[in-house]
Design a protein around this ligand. Structure first.
Ligand SMILES: Cc1cc2nc3c(=O)[nH]c(=O)nc-3n(C[C@H](O)[C@H](O)[C@H](O)COP(=O)(O)OP(=O)(O)OC[C@H]3O[C@@H](n4cnc5c(N)ncnc54)[C@H](O)[C@@H]3O)c2cc1C
Length: 389
């Protein structure tokens, strides 16, 4: 088995980023192998949970917006190629205090990139979308292109299309180590060893274990998601309920309409701030995990707070500045890295797959990835800036 075939590129990790990377490499005619430590669509990583927000009015930094345009284009292409509906537009709401962490950034991105948008206060928003019950003091930006993706279906679409273009995949085969030598890259797994010219590492919460240089730059954090059965289901249907990103005195939360299961979905960014080891963490939701999300829903979305229908544990992998890490390995230009997606990466999987394919195949990309380079951390240390999460 292992050692006989030499691949052009091996992709480690078949979650959101790895499945997209595998697809983009396979469509370029390269001989590729994808290695995954668990089953396909397992629930130990970061890409499960039925839905993921996609939004254009990006509060995190306006430079994400150009990538988002390409991301939308590639998701739509994936829908055409797979014949599946993967992205549903609901509109998005970015809301919070006028001088907070979300609203001004969303407004700046909308203005700089001439995105259609409307600004209103909480009470005006409640009138338009009756699932919401926000106070008048909250400033809201509504952007009509926001919506959600179906992550399990997106991952499968990327994988199936990669397989159809000749990619190979092996699951339940953890990568134990890799090394670069004169003949290329050698990857050791629990089942054997493989040779390739190049390597793409998309290991999510395990990035720091496979790439020691990232151990303090890609830090896993336990999250919990809740789905509550709406008391007024019509208010929480995708046609009536835009996805949101909301800053209130209890923290920063996000939410999505009822899709696939009869549950209004909510989460809190950085939930209970629990840094974890993904191989040793508590994967069971606790009563306090649910209670803190329920308190939020009862206050700001009271018609959404019926019986709990599902709770799931998931993982963020935070970089110090919460921007992504997408770059070549600092010592090995044959190795490209996608990591540190800091709880907001899924919507970008399609374009990150294209960027990773560019980086690992050609060492460069036409996309602007300046914000994601690893050297920014060394530069910050040289300037004496503290690392923070
Ligand atoms: C609760 C929650 C809500 C989120 N909501 C949103 C949202 O609404 N919108 C949004 O854009 N983003 C959101 N995100 C973030 C987004 O989901 C992640 O950024 C994205 O899924 C990361 O993808 P990934 O490929 O890096 O990780 P993963 O999908 O976890 O993939 C990594 C894969 O690598 C495999 N692997 C690791 N080590 C090895 C090894 N040694 N050998 C073989 N395989 C290995 C793992 O098993 C895993 O399958 C959310 C995240 C969470 C946790």
């Amino acid at each position: 088995m292992g050692g006989k075939v030499r691949y052009d590129i091996i992709v480690v990790g078949l979650g959101g980023m790895g499945s997209a990377t595998l697809f983009h490499l396979a469509r370029r005619g390269l001989r590729v192998l994808g290695l995954e430590r668990y089953d396909l669509l397992h629930e130990y990583g970061s890409s499960h949970g039925l839905s993921r927000i996609i939004r254009l009015a990006y509060a995190e930094d306006p430079s994400y917006v150009s990538l988002l345009h390409r991301s939308y284009e590639l998701w739509r292409e994936l829908e055409r190629l797979s014949g599946e509906r993967l992205l549903q537009v609901t509109g998005s709401v970015d809301a919070g205090p006028e001088d907070g962490a979300i609203f001004p950034g969303a407004l700046e991105s909308s203005r700089l990139h001439a995105l259609p948008h409307e600004v209103m206060n909480g009470v005006e928003l409640n009138r338009r979308f009756p699932g919401y019950r926000l106070p008048a003091s909250i400033q809201c930006l509504h952007q009509p292109d926001g919506g959600f993706l179906l992550p399990e279906r997106c991952n499968l679409a990327h994988l199936n299309l990669a397989l159809a273009r000749g990619a190979e995949i092996r699951c339940r085969e953890p990568v134990l180590g890799w090394e670069v030598g004169p003949k290329g890259v050698r990857v050791e797994t629990a089942a054997g060893s493989y040779q390739a010219a190049k390597l793409a590492l998309c290991a999510g919460a395990w990035a720091g274990k496979l790439i020691p240089e990232l151990s303090s730059l890609a830090v896993p954090e336990r999250q919990v998601l809740a789905w509550f059965q709406p008391l007024r289901p019509e208010y929480f249907a995708p046609e009536a309920f835009p996805v949101f990103n909301l800053e209130v005195e209890e923290g920063r939360f996000y939410g999505l309409p009822s899709v696939t299961i009869p549950g209004f979905k909510v989460g809190k960014y950085h939930h209970r701030r629990e840094r974890v080891d993904p191989d040793r963490m508590n994967r069971e939701p606790e009563p306090e995990d649910e209670a803190l999300l329920r308190r939020f829903v009862e206050r700001y979305f009271p018609d959404g707070g019926g019986a709990t229908v599902m709770l799931k544990v998931c993982l963020f992998t935070n970089s110090p500045d919460e921007h992504f890490i997408v770059d070549l390995h600092p010592s090995h230009p044959e190795v490209a890295i996608a990591a540190g997606f800091s709880g907001h990466g899924y919507k970008f999987c399609s374009v990150i797959g294209e960027i990773m394919a560019d980086l690992v195949q050609r060492g460069e990309t036409r996309h602007d990835v300046g914000l994601f380079r690893l050297r920014r951390f060394a530069d910050a240390t040289a300037r004496g800036e503290p690392r923070s999460h």
